[in-house]
Design a protein. Structure first.
Length: 343
């Protein structure tokens, strides 16, 4: 897809305005088709049998919007809410209006994208963290959706170039977006996905990393320049990254993997941007500003004033699902089933 078509893709969230526009288009095209059929029927009466086609076109044009409206109106699962409250600092920093948008995006994503375990269980905590990984990078991109993604595969551990987790060879890949015959598929190591949210300040989150690649890929190329980058920021960003890769930069606090190529630099910096925004801004204000303009978000401002463990649901707190029980007796048990054991 072209950069222009990707930018003006159907928004993930259905608003009253987008719903009305979709309805107008569906009615207009189906009525035009019905009139065309009726006109042709004055010469060929048998053409009237094609009139149901106009209704079918209307249904086809409305089906995605009506499905998403239904999903948005459905209740948010209690176990997902508990998982977000317990493991996702970004979510805890949002105000209630922002959380509602986060939850709606996450419901739509998990309704439309299959999350499949490969020789491992995919519990609701794992699904919630996949959804959170997908939503965090696009919270500021109102017109964005992961239109090229069909399935997320959850592996029991790191894997190699042949996508295998056992056998000979190096097994050091924690996540990747599929290419060639696996196009439209993302693979994530379950332990690495969970570990990425268990330590929210280590600048490592494989879920955010891989979904940053998909934000980058929305214009058809994984080149380290996302579709959301305006002309104002694209030129200085490309120049900056080129200089960094050529000189290998100072690498102060940045994972060496960032210097593999332009796409990996963008994805690694995205992890840094969403996990330690204040530190990134302090080290390089211009770099932070470019990422802020590309993502249309300011996580430093979002995290401002956060005390250590602020907003974390403790064992004896009331459960956020509203059951009335203590958290340790309710959703904590559900969310901890999917978390890796402490060494």
């Amino acid at each position: 897809p072209s950069r222009l078509s990707a930018l003006y893709a159907t928004p993930m969230l259905v608003t009253p305005e987008s719903n009305q526009a979709n309805r107008r288009w569906a009615i207009g095209i189906s009525v035009a088709l019905a009139l065309l059929i009726a006109g042709f029927a004055t010469v060929r009466p048998w053409a009237l049998f094609a009139l149901p086609l106009a209704w079918a076109v209307h249904w086809w044009m409305r089906r995605g919007t009506t499905r998403r409206l239904k999903v948005m109106a459905s209740p948010f699962p209690d176990v997902w809410e508990a998982a977000l409250q317990t493991h996702v600092v970004y979510y805890r920093m949002l105000d209630e209006e922002q959380r509602e948008g986060f939850r709606n995006r996450m419901k739509i994503f998990l309704d439309e994208i299959a999350v499949t375990g490969i020789r491992t269980e995919v519990d609701e905590t794992t699904r919630a963290l996949v959804g959170a990984s997908a939503v965090i990078p696009i919270m500021g991109l109102d017109d964005f959706e992961y239109s090229g993604l069909g399935e997320v595969l959850i592996y029991p551990g790191a894997f190699g170039a042949d996508y295998q987790t056992d056998g000979e060879g190096d097994k050091n890949t924690l996540g990747m977006i599929g290419l060639n015959h696996l196009s439209g598929v993302m693979i994530l190591s379950k332990p690495s996905l969970l570990a990425g949210f268990s330590n929210p300040s280590d600048k490592r989150n494989v879920g955010i990393h891989e979904f940053a690649h998909l934000v980058d890929k929305a214009d058809g190329e994984v080149d380290g320049v996302p579709v959301s980058a305006s002309a104002e920021v694209t030129e200085p960003w490309v120049k900056w990254v080129g200089q960094e890769l050529q000189s290998e930069g100072t690498r102060a606090g940045i994972d060496d993997y960032a210097y593999t190529n332009e796409a990996e630099y963008f994805a690694v910096l995205s992890e840094y941007f969403f996990e330690k925004p204040a530190q990134l801004q302090a080290k390089n204000p211009k770099l932070y500003a470019m990422l802020r303009k590309m993502y249309h978000q300011d996580p430093k401002r979002l995290f401002r004033g956060r005390r250590k463990r602020r907003g974390k649901v403790r064992r004896y707190d009331p459960c956020p699902c509203g059951s009335g029980d203590k958290f340790k007796h309710c959703c904590r048990r559900k969310t901890m089933r999917g978390m890796p054991a402490k060494p």
